[in-house]
Design a protein around this ligand. Structure first.
Ligand code: F6R
Length: 366
C-alpha cells in the first residue's frame, strides 16, 4: 500500500509530479492556449463582477491560499484576502453579494472552514470550493468548485494536497486573467507552457533527496529553525516551518525575509539554522542581502536556489537547487526540498511521521 516507500508521507511527496499532472488533465490545454474549468465558465459573470475574493482555509490549505493571493492579484488583478476560517467566522466579517469566497480544504470536512462558508452563503456570497475529497461536506456546501486530483492523502502532514491546491488556484487565476484581459494572449500562452513543464521540474527537484538527507543529518538536533522567503515564496517559508514543527516537533517559524530586522534577527546565532528561499527573479538581490545579514551574525544558512546559482552558493553553508521557472510557479518547486527536509529530520529523530502526536487528518471539531 505504501508502494515500496517507508512512509505514506514519502510516497505522497514522490507522487507530486503525477498529482499535479492529474490536476491539469482536461483543464490545461497548452497547445490550444485554453484553460477549461467548468466551475469558472459556468459562473464567469460572477467572477468578473466580483469586488474581491476572500479565501478561507486552515493550516497548510491556508498557506496555499496565501500563495494564490499573490498569483491572483499579480495576474488577474482581483483583490484577495486570505483568512483563517476560525477567525473569519467569529469576527462579524463584512461579506456582500459581490464577494466570492473560495474555501480550500483537502478533506472537505474541516469544521471551521465549513462553518465559514455557511456564514458566507447566508450573507449572499458566492462560494467556490477547492477540495480533494469528492463529495465531502465543503464540496457539497459550495455553489461551485474545482477538485484537486491529488488522490487519497494518508500522511497527516499535507504534501501533495498543497501543491495540487496551488495548481488549481493557478489555473483559476490564469483563466480569470485571460477573461479580464489583465494579461496578453502571448503571456497567457507562455504561462501555460511553463505550467505544463512543472511536473517534470518537480521530478527534477525530487532528485535533491539524497543531498537533502545529508543536510538533515547535520541539523536534526537543532532546537529551533527559521524559514525565510519573499513574495510568492513567503507562504512557502510558512509551510516549510509548519511541516518541520508538526512531524519533527522542532520549533520553527516562517517569516517574510525582510521582517527579520524587525525582531527575529535577535534569535540568530551559530546554533540557528536558517532556511532561505532565494530563487532567481524573486527579489533575488534583496534576499541575498538578507542572507548576508544572517551570515554576519553567524547563522547557518541553507539556501533553496535556482539551478546554477553562484551568489548564494558563496554565502550559504548548503544550497539545494530547484529548476528554473517563471517566478509565480516557483512555490511548486521550492516546496519540494522543504518537505523532504522535514521528512528526513523526523525519520532520523525516530518520530512517527505519518501520524504525528496530537494531530488528526481532518479536524472536524472546532
Ligand atoms: C498540515 C495539515 C493541516 C491541514 C489543515 C486543513 O500538514 O495537514 O494543517 O492543512 O488541518 O485541513 P483541510 O485542508 O483538510 O481543510
Amino acid at each position: 500500500e505504501k508502494g515500496g516507500y517507508e512512509h505514506f508521507m514519502l510516497k505522497e511527496i514522490y507522487e507530486q509530479p503525477n498529482a499535479i499532472l492529474d490536476t491539469f488533465r482536461g483543464r490545461l490545454l497548452a497547445k490550444e492556449a485554453i484553460i477549461k474549468m467548468a466551475g469558472i465558465e459556468d459562473n464567469m459573470k460572477k467572477f468578473l463582477n466580483a469586488d474581491r475574493i476572500i479565501i478561507v482555509a486552515c493550516g497548510t490549505s491556508w498557506h496555499a491560499g496565501l500563495v494564490s493571493e499573490y498569483i491572483f492579484e499579480d495576474l488577474a488583478r482581483i483583490p484577495v484576502e486570505v483568512e483563517y476560517a476560525s477567525e473569519f467566522r467569529y469576527r462579524n466579517p463584512i461579506i456582500t453579494e459581490k464577494d466570492i469566497v473560495i474555501a480550500i480544504s483537502q478533506s472537505g470536512e474541516t469544521a471551521d472552514t465549513l462553518a465559514a462558508i455557511k456564514l458566507a452563503k447566508s450573507k449572499g456570497a458566492f462560494v467556490f470550493g477547492v477540495c480533494n475529497v469528492v463529495g465531502s461536506s465543503i464540496a457539497r456546501e459550495s455553489d461551485a468548485g474545482a477538485y484537486t486530483h491529488a488522490g487519497p492523502e494518508i500522511g497527516v502532514a499535507s504534501t501533495k494536497a498543497f501543491t495540487t491546491q496551488i495548481t488549481v488556484l493557478t489555473l483559476m487565476a490564469l483563466r480569470l486573467a485571460r477573461a479580464k484581459g489583465t494579461i496578453s494572449s502571448s503571456d497567457f500562452r507562455h504561462h501555460l507552457i511553463e505550467l505544463e513543464l512543472i511536473p517534470d521540474k518537480v521530478k527534477k527537484a525530487l532528485e535533491s533527496d539524497a543531498y537533502v538527507n545529508s543536510v538533515a543529518d547535520i541539523y536534526k538536533d537543532a532546537k529551533n529553525c527559521l524559514y525565510l522567503g519573499r513574495g510568492f515564496n513567503f507562504p512557502v517559508a510558512l509551510e516549510g516551518a509548519l511541516k518541520l514543527k508538526e512531524i519533527s516537533y522542532i520549533h520553527a517559524e516562517g517569516y517574510p525575509a525582510a521582517e527579520m530586522k524587525h525582531g527575529p534577527i535577535a534569535l540568530i546565532d551559530e546554533q540557528m539554522p536558517v532556511i532561505v528561499i532565494a530563487t532567481k527573479k524573486g527579489h533575488y538581490e534583496k534576499v541575498v542581502s538578507n542572507i548576508q545579514e544572517i551570515k554576519s551574525r553567524k547563522g547557518k544558512i541553507i539556501g533553496i536556489v535556482t539551478e546554477g546559482d553562484e551568489s548564494v552558493k558563496n554565502l550559504a553553508d548548503h544550497v539545494i537547487e530547484v529548476p528554473e521557472s517563471s517566478e509565480f510557479l516557483t512555490p511548486l518547486l521550492t516546496t519540494i526540498p522543504l518537505q523532504l527536509l522535514s521528512y528526513h529530520i523526523a525519520v532520523k529523530l525516530g518520530k512517527n511521521v505519518d501520524q504525528p502526536r496530537n494531530l488528526a487528518k481532518s479536524v472536524t471539531v472546532e
